[in-house]
Each structure stands twice: as C-alpha cells, then as structure tokens.
Design a protein. Sequence first.
Length: 279
Amino acid sequence: MRIPPAILTLITGMALVLMGLWIGQNVNLLPVDASANAPVYDELFKVLFSIGTILFVGIVGLILYSLVKFRRKPGESGDGEAVEGNLPLEILWTAIPAVVVLFVGIYSYDIYDRMGGMTPLNDHSMHAMGGEMEESRTWGGISPVSLESDDALAPLPIDVTAMQFAFIFHYPGAEITSGELHVPMGQPVALRMKANDVIHAFWVPEFRLKQDVIPGQPTLLSFTATRAGRYPIVCAELCGPYHGGMRSTVIVDEPETFEAWVNQNSPIASAAPQTPVQS
C-alpha cells in the first residue's frame, strides 16, 4: 500500500522536529557554566540550536532528495516540466519562518530581560548605590578585613578600567589594584566599568556575559559566580593592533579563600589589628 504524500510529509516533519529537539537538548557545545546567568542563557541557546538543527537537516535533506529524485535521466535532453506556482506551498513556507522568527524574537527578549539586559547602561540608582558603598569603605556591608557579615549577599563593587591593551581592577573598600579579577563564589558582584581610550568589551564566556566599555560613558555589569575556578576575560571589541592579546583572568574563589586574598593584598587589612582566632 502506497502512503499518501501528505501523510509521508507529516511523518517526516514530526521525525525531523523530534530529532532537532533531542540534539538541541543533549548536544552541549558551550563551555562550563560558572555564573547565575549562564543557565538562563543556555535555555535560549538550546532552543536556537534545536531550531537551527531542524532547518539545516530539513533543507539539506530536501536538496539531496531533489538531486536524486529529479535528476536528469540518461538520454533526456528536453526542458523540465513547467511549474507556474503553488499558492498553498508558498503560504506555508512564508508562514513557518515568520512564526519561527516571531517566537525567537519574543523568547530572546524575555531571556535578555531576565538576565538584566534591559537595565540602562548608566542606571543612576546603581551608580548612587555604588557611591554609597565606596564612601563607607565597605563592600556592600563586607569589611575589607573580614567577610563574615549579616549582609553577605550585598553586591561587591569593583572598578574596571579598560585601556589599550589591558583590564585593570580596583577594589575601593580595600584599596587593592590588580591585573586579575578575584571574586567570591556565590556573592553578587557589580563591575563599574570605564574606558580610557577606545571602545572595549568585557567578555567572560563561562559567565555568558559581555558588556561594551565605552569612553565617557560608565557602564555597569552585575553577575554572581557559581563555580570556583579560573576563567578567561576577553576583549570582544576590536580595539587596536594588539586587540587579540587583551586578555585577563577572573578567579572565582571560595569565600574563605577570597577573604585570605583580600587580607594578604589590602594595605587596609595589613594595617588593621589582628583579632585572635577563638578555638
């Protein structure tokens, strides 16, 4: 019994969709996720990867099928059959991409908003909060000498200066300046970024975050690291002849390790009287 073309097309389409969904959910091409934002971004990537797989396999499969099915037979020299058009088919292949693009646009906007992308780059309330924290010479209620505080989840403000061709990190509360970014795992971090010369971009692939750093326009980037380790910081904006070498490292430490690093490198911590450890 011959299967009607419509039923065969439906079955093929369903198999293609199921295969694309499986590949999108089970084939991971991303680096390890190391921030609270990463799982949210990964949701969008899996959806886009599924859609891309469905379109790629479907289009390439249709082309290969057509090459075999409708190839010129030996001995044929005439023109192919004239086809003037197929209105239902044209409506179908216009409607499906339109629906896909609309869905991707709405879903991408939702993910972008959930990651904080709709917060203005120069949110004055965030700048004011950062200024208050700097004036109090504490990091969101965290002393530069000790991290033990009831307000341990307050954002840790760090000043970032981008220049040709390096990132410089300054910790206002502890007066530490470093060429590497040290952050505690599990605590929100607020990067207050500025550029001294041209446009740069602060990008940590494992955090799924990238923010342009623009001369004359301070920008903010907030994140919470969730996995201890060392991760590359890359400038993702062409900024000059040595742009490819503008790299640094973000080191995510356990809270106790971060506290030890602060105490070791901060002149404020070094000058503070040491409190005996209670056994």
